[in-house]
Ligand binder design. Structure first.
Ligand SMILES: C[S@@+](CC[C@H](N)C(=O)[O-])C[C@H]1O[C@@H](n2cnc3c(N)ncnc32)[C@H](O)[C@@H]1O
Length: 274
């Protein structure tokens, strides 16, 4: 049963003397530096300003590697950490009521939806937290779905994790889920005008949340109840939009969950409170 929120040396010296290192022989930090220099990665990072993850086609989340390229945003969501810290962990761990999971025993979660899945990273992480769940993941971008398809294949999850291309809940019909997670676009117009150069090499669609950043979040909140089981709940990241969101939905008892690097950027709400 989902828990409900209560209201409320000289530069460059010696560089040419460093022996070159192959990708399969990286052991020490110095090996990684030599590898990057010998492959011109550092030069490309500085001149193109592309995120390093695009240059090496890889990023790690919660210790797991995911393939990424320019077709999808570089994963940075706080939701991966929250799945571990607030939803009970996973596979071989015994569930203990004292863990205080927001959804009770994670093994009892039968269905999870990841809206705005991008590379599929959060859906794949969720498959580890909820070992008995069938997982659906949606993205409107054909490019993102292609990247997600590759990642789902890399993790051998084709039978348990289904990808849909479409607009939020639309491709899902009337389906309901025990848990909905989402890291949607939530950058407001001012933020979009000021987007750092690195982010401008990423798909605009992944950031653009409309004038106040909440265009997609509002739709998720308005439609989530119709897609949650009675004991379910919604976990949604909204960046710095908390003031706007609380002003727009003063009646909702949103529970704000913090992580090591964020405060008040992700909310939880039980289906019963929607
Ligand atoms: C901030 S990214 C998050 C990607 C991934 N979940 C992550 O955390 O790395 C937002 C994603 O939402 C997708 N998106 C934007 N509008 C959408 C819509 N109306 N329906 C479904 N997906 C949408 C974008 O294509 C992008 O992949």
């Amino acid at each position: 049963m989902a828990k409900r929120a209560k209201p409320a040396a000289k530069r460059g010296a010696g560089r040419s003397k460093l022996p070159k290192v192959g990708a399969g022989e990286l052991l020490t930090l110095l090996d990684f530096v030599r590898y990057a220099v010998s492959l011109d990665l550092i030069t490309r990072r500085v001149t193109t300003r592309k995120p390093a993850a695009y240059l090496v086609n890889k990023i790690y989340m919660r210790g797991l590697p995911f393939y990424v390229d320019e077709r999808t945003i570089v994963p940075r969501s706080f939701i991966g950490e929250l799945l571990d810290s607030h939803f009970g962990r996973q596979e071989n761990d015994e569930y203990d009521e004292e863990d205080g999971s927001l959804v009770g025993d994670p093994a009892s979660i039968r269905s999870v939806l990841d809206l705005c899945t991008g590379s599929g990273c959060l859906a794949i992480l969720a498959s580890r937290n909820f070992p008995n769940a069938a997982i659906d993941a949606v993205d409107i971008s054909k490019d993102a779905i292609e990247v997600a398809t590759r990642n789902v294949g890399d993790y051998g999850l084709q039978d348990r994790l289904k990808l849909y291309r479409g607009d939020l809940f639309k491709p899902l019909g009337g389906k309901r889920y025990d848990l909905i997670i989402s890291n949607p676009p939530y950058v407001d117009a001012e933020g979009m005008a000021d987007l750092p150069r690195e982010c401008r090499t990423e798909p605009r669609l992944a950031f653009d949340g409309g004038a106040d950043g909440l265009d997609i979040v509002r739709r998720i909140l308005d439609e989530a109840e119709a897609h949650l089981t009675p004991q379910g709940g919604l976990l949604c990241e909204i960046g710095r939009c908390r003031p706007q969101l609380e002003a727009a939905y003063p009646q909702l008892p949103l529970l704000w969950l913090d992580t090591a690097d964020s405060e008040g950027e992700v909310f939880w709400i039980a289906a019963a409170d929607l």
